[in-house]
Design a protein. Structure first.
Length: 92
């Protein structure tokens, strides 16, 4: 997915995940990370980024959120239907 896939080595029960592969366009990777950094607070993707950041760190969270954004873009182009990124409101 645009060079931000984590490397994955698996053998029987042992799974090792590595750094991102960096295959694909550096410009797409840059644009995805820039888009994530300019997301308004309160959106679903920015809340996901904050949750990952608390656990794994700032840079890993940016890349994870950028991958999620590119996945949504891919499915939007494929299905010709844009999924909503806005946070779902609950009725009180």
């Amino acid at each position: 997915m645009g060079g931000i896939d984590p490397r994955h080595h698996e053998s029987d029960t042992l799974v090792r995940r590595g750094h991102i592969t960096k295959q694909g366009s550096p410009l797409v990777r840059w644009a995805a990370v820039e888009a994530i950094q300019h997301q308004p607070t309160g959106t679903k993707i920015s809340l996901d980024r904050a949750r990952i950041e608390a656990r794994r760190g700032k840079n890993i969270a940016k890349v994870a959120a950028a991958r999620k954004l590119l996945t949504l873009v891919y499915y939007g182009l494929r299905d010709e239907h844009i999924r909503v990124l806005a946070q779902q409101r609950t009725a009180a």
